[in-house]
Ligand binder design. Structure first.
Ligand code: ADP
Ligand code: MG
Length: 306
């Protein structure tokens, strides 16, 4: 398993991560979330051994991960990393890129393996296309498949679906994350997209102010967010009487002591997101139907207060 023990790191004088610790078990899917600049990418790079730690240690099983000062070549065979800015060979095909690091001694096994990976990232139709002709999202999928080619024990993914359009994203996510679970590959995913986390991650680590602000299951953090930073990750929310109330927990009722006036409605598909003025504060809630501007309504939230 992965053990991150009291690590501290800074590029310049300002600390990026300080005395941060967590573990990840074999086959576990851990999401690293946090605002832009909170150190998600840096954390993945440290786990990979790209930089030397200022303090602390990182282990995979009983092997210590060492930085460039102690390790001539960055990276380990049992670990693969897909960067936010992935590097592929633009002049060879999708198939050749995916198989780039696979041995040529057993060509039929290599072909089979590449075919399996093309399926996981849903790129069968483009297998012979040169990578330079692909879109950003297609390149990202090739990079993912190439990282999986040698079946690493642990996979580090930095914003893995950020370049992929919404038409493809959902099914691709299911396919990739299902594959990782089937193969019992530990994966650490840095993301700011809740769709990468919910339904897939066993655990969510929230980075804030150079350290871990929360480390728990998505279910637990959703139902008990404690801070607005955690709540904001799950979606729109309100702070009412110092309680965090998600937009879908605030409902229109026939009578209550929360009287509000509608400001604006936004069509969201299966519901309307509605902004209202509640005693001078803007609140947001979800409602099945549109409600006209300036309408007076009463609100209540779960667990309903009488
Ligand atoms: P995230 O991935 O969460 O957006 P990063 O790990 O990329 O955050 O960055 C964390 C902090 O470290 C930011 O303040 C960023 O500006 C800084 N940083 C990142 N890479 C470098 C670098 N190579 N040199 C100096 N500062 C860096
Ligand atoms: Mg980043």
């Amino acid at each position: 398993m992965l053990q991150v023990k009291n690590i501290s790191f800074n590029y310049t004088k300002t600390s990026v991560l300080s005395t941060l610790s967590f573990n990840a078990k074999r086959g576990e899917h851990v999401s690293i979330i946090g605002e832009s600049g909170s150190g998600k990418s840096t954390l993945l790079k440290l786990i990979r051994g790209e930089y030397d730690l200022n303090e602390g240690q990182i282990f995979w099983k009983d092997k210590e991960i060492l930085g460039p000062k102690f390790n001539l070549v960055i990276g380990y065979d049992f670990m693969k990393y897909v960067a936010q800015e992935f590097e592929l060979d633009p002049f060879i095909s999708v198939k050749e890129n995916i198989g780039q690091f696979l041995s040529n001694f057993y060509p039929s096994e290599k072909n089979e393996r590449v075919a399996e990976l093309l399926k996981v990232v849903e790129l069968q139709a483009l297998s012979k296309t040169k990578v330079k002709l692909l879109s950003g999202g297609q390149k990202q999928r090739v990079a993912l498949a190439r990282a999986l080619a040698k079946e690493p024990e642990i996979l580090l993914l930095d914003e893995p679906f950020s370049h992929i359009d919404n038409f493809k994203k959902q099914s691709l996510r299911r396919s990739v994350f299902r594959y990782l679970k089937e193969k019992n590959i530990t994966c650490i995913v840095a993301t700011h997209d809740k769709e990468d986390v919910l339904g897939y991650a066993d655990r969510m680590i929230v980075l804030n102010n150079t350290t871990i602000a929360a480390n728990n299951s998505p279910e637990e953090l959703y139902s008990n967010p404690k801070t607005s930073l955690v709540a904001s990750f799950f979606g729109e929310f309100n702070s009412i009487n110092n309680e965090i109330v998600y937009a879908n927990q605030l409902k229109v009722v026939t009578q209550s002591h929360l009287e509000a006036t509608i400001i604006q409605s936004y069509f969201k598909g299966s519901y309307y997101l509605i902004e209202a003025n509640l005693n001078g504060n803007v609140v947001v809630f979800e409602n099945e139907n549109n409600i006209g501007k300036n309408t007076t309504i009463f609100l209540n939230y779960y667990p309903f207060k009488s």
